[in-house]
Write a protein that binds this ligand. Sequence first.
Ligand code: NAI
Length: 293
Amino acid sequence: MKQIQTIAIVGAGAMGRGIAQIAAQAGKQVLLYDLNADSVKAALADVHAVWSRLQEKGRMTAEQVDAAKACLQTASDLQALAPADLVVEAIVERLDVKQGLLQQLEEIVSVDCVLASNTSSLSITAIAQACRHPERVAGYHFFNPVPLMKVVEVIDGLRTSPEVGDALMQVSRDMGHTPVRAKDMPGFIVNHAGRGMNIEGLKIAQECVAPFYQIDAIMREQAGFRMGPFELLDLTALDVSHPVMESIYRQFYDEPRFRPSPITAVRHAGKLFGRKNGEGFYKYEDGKKQVPQ
Ligand code: NAI
């Protein structure tokens, strides 16, 4: 099985920086790239700040922090990703853009480099079909926030070679995550099962049965979820999750159970994305959620 030691990450947003953090902490050589140089800078500062906090709390030693910092390098262009054994893309959730990126990467990386997509909802088979070597393309779906959500989906597209999936299973364990293998079906496991909570939560709000924050409270306190549906939508951010809801609905041929809600459509249009830009269902002050009383 292919051993993965050098991991390139394309997209330094919420997901890319989390994946970079856990990979560097596990001693992998990490190359972090983003089309937007400011995003890479912010990601590096963010991950360094997390490591400082972990050191203050005694959860990492100074030596471990230094070692992790040495493992995490930034890249200013795609060419610099040539040494990668694995590239994980965590860029915008658009099929054409992801396909274009993988085509570019195929011109740069070695022929046995694994190309993995952190897509939430797009077909891995569809992403891979633009590639010369679709057998090296797999889904690699982490959850937000990556360092705390210790499970990851490994998705085999129709043409993915089993060894590629096996290599991703192994590298997940190297990074302290539990991998779960899934087939290439809309929403894989989590975003299929998760429709139940999201869509029903939105319907309850739309029917004015209760305000969103009370629905969250019930789902947390009574149903035992870590977050309610609106807290989760705010964390994921609607610019990511609204297109995901639409995409899964379409891929199941307009299955009524998965129909997205106009509540998220209008908020998406109004850029009330969530925690990342200070206002979603909740408002955030200094990153702290304000719960209506
Ligand atoms: P984000 O918006 O926080 O970050 C995306 C980053 O990609 C941005 O920094 C942007 O500049 C960069 N980017 C966009 N196009 C690019 C390109 N062509 N080349 C290089 N960089 C590019 O997005 P987020 O939340 O990190 O999501 C990324 C991917 O992960 C999406 O496919 C999303 O569906 C998936 N995902 C998101 C989750 C979440 O909770 N936010 C959870 C699991 C998966």
